[in-house]
Design a protein around this ligand. Structure first.
Ligand SMILES: Cc1ncc(COP(=O)(O)O)c(C=O)c1O
Length: 460
């Protein structure tokens, strides 16, 4: 492709994106498509000869876009809703063009240093201690895997050579994300060695039950080594009592990892910083700018005040990657199992500079306030019940009565294409989740979705 062609098609692609973002409300959030239908529309084999770019772009518009679930839609209110903001999209585009690989400082000086600079800014914005060193990974699942590997390297320093010793046990709440268990599966600790500590009525880890479980495991000759607390659980956005959990971890000498994948971003709002109370006593923390901070998927920010434990778990330098040492040169390959890493921090830098802390905080605060408004409507309608406290931008609710009525309501709402909400199960009951996280979601969207829900409830 010549530079002139690249320029022309590049402009077309950005024009397509600008139109997409401007008119996204005209698209159904969920595509009316069945599994396999998209594949059936594509040729069974790849082309022998190259095809004109016009046709590729036309097929993207004709085939790919209509088969997408639109996460950037203001009425995407499922899971944890997100935003790929225009500045973030441009950062991603430029990073792809540079196509550099930040394995070591020398292979990507700006990749390495911008990662540390942006994570330093974010650390300040979230009020985390200066001693927290940051690393960017793709997802919170990967960040948590690295936290648990670092914790294991402290508890069992020989594990990198000899493998996981038997008897290691770790703890999280019954509401923790499945990524905690998956990390235990991946690291050879095993699902059976993950204790799911019960929660109180507000879905927060019971600290007494945690202390009791640790005591029982020690009495049985097992080796407790790590606790994962959550700030913003996936089902309800509940916040574990991190300070009290830190107390237990300090007493028992256990690594404390805080999963703030969703909740952490809200700490950049000064009045909401309390959500991270006690986190300064944690050994590590993850938060996902690709969830709350308008940064396109994927970008997960991991912090630890024990970077030496991370290196002890992962540093392995073959001759072909050896470079001259310099006190200011960090080699990011030493901070995880992957060697190559793309330039993720560029999009975060664009977002942080374009909006500033105040701009981002105003958006997050607005989303939390919208969630409160929605919760108020639910509370005032006797047909519905709120199922969990609304602390951030997530509302859990259901129709009073049978699960089937709420299930049917959600299916019919989503099938209409005007919005997409998801569900969870709490205390054995089916619950609808409305998660506000897109920067274009406004009061009009929420009012309209509530009106539709009321109409469906009337016909239920
Ligand atoms: C609390 C929590 N932790 C971890 C994750 C996993 O995030 P990721 O998709 O970045 O691995 C999620 C996903 O929603 C989450 O809600």
């Amino acid at each position: 492709m010549s530079p002139e062609e690249f320029r022309r098609y590049g402009h077309q692609a950005v024009d397509w994106l600008a139109d997409y973002l401007e008119h996204i409300r005209e698209r159904p959030v969920l595509p009316p498509i069945k599994p396999g239908e998209f594949t059936d529309r594509l040729p069974a084999s790849g082309p022998e000869q190259g095809e004109p770019m016009e046709e590729i772009l036309a097929d993207f518009d004709r085939l790919v876009a209509p088969a997408m679930t639109h996460w950037n839609h203001p009425r995407f209110l499922a899971y944890f809703a997100i935003s790929g903001s225009p500045p973030g999209i441009l950062g991603e585009l430029l990073a792809a063009g540079l196509n550099s690989n930040g394995m070591v400082w020398k292979s990507g000086p700006a990749i390495t240093e911008l990662e540390q600079v942006t994570l330093g800014w974010l650390r300040q914005w979230m009020g985390l201690p200066d001693s927290f060193a940051g690393v960017i990974y793709d997802t919170a699942s990967t960040s948590t895997l690295h936290a648990i590997a670092a914790a294991r390297s402290v508890a069992a320093p020989d594990s990198r050579r000899a493998g996981s010793p038997p008897g290691l046990v770790m703890y999280c709440s019954a509401q923790a994300h499945s990524s905690v268990e998956k990390a235990a599966m991946t690291l050879g600790i095993g699902q059976d060695q993950v204790r799911k500590i019960p929660c109180d009525a507000d879905f927060r880890m019971c600290v007494d039950a945690l202390a009791a479980a640790i005591g029982q495991d020690r009495a049985a000759g097992l080796v407790p080594f790590c606790v994962v607390a959550t700030v913003g659980t996936t089902s309800t956005a509940s916040i574990d009592p991190v300070a009290a959990i830190a107390e237990v971890c300090e007493r028992e000498r256990l690594w404390l990892h805080v999963d703030a994948a969703y909740g952490g971003s809200a700490a950049i709002v000064a009045s909401r910083r309390w959500i991270l109370e006690g986190v300064d006593r944690a050994d590590s923390l993850v938060t996902n700018p690709h969830k709350g901070l308008l940064t396109p998927v994927d970008l997960s920010a991991f912090y630890t005040r024990r970077p030496e434990a991370l290196r002890a778990a992962f540093s392995l330098v073959p001759e072909y990657l050896r470079t001259a040492s310099d006190p200011r040169a960090t080699d990011l390959m030493d901070t995880g199992f992957q060697l190559g890493r793309r330039f993720r921090s560029l999009k975060l830098w664009f977002v942080m500079r374009y909006y500033g802390r105040e701009g981002l905080a105003a958006i997050i605060d607005g989303q939390c306030n919208l969630a409160q408004r929605f919760a108020g409507w639910v509370r005032d309608d006797a047909r519905f019940e709120l199922c969990a406290p609304v602390l951030l931008s997530l509302v859990c609710f259901r129709l009073r009565g049978s699960d089937e009525a709420s299930q049917r309501l959600l299916e019919r709402l989503n099938a209409g294409g005007a919005a997409f909400l998801s569900h969870t199960v709490l205390d054995g009951r089916f619950v609808i989740r409305l998660a506000i996280g897109n920067h274009q979601t406004g009061p009009g969207d929420i009012e309209d979705v509530w009106r539709r829900i009321q109409e469906l409830a009337a016909g239920a």
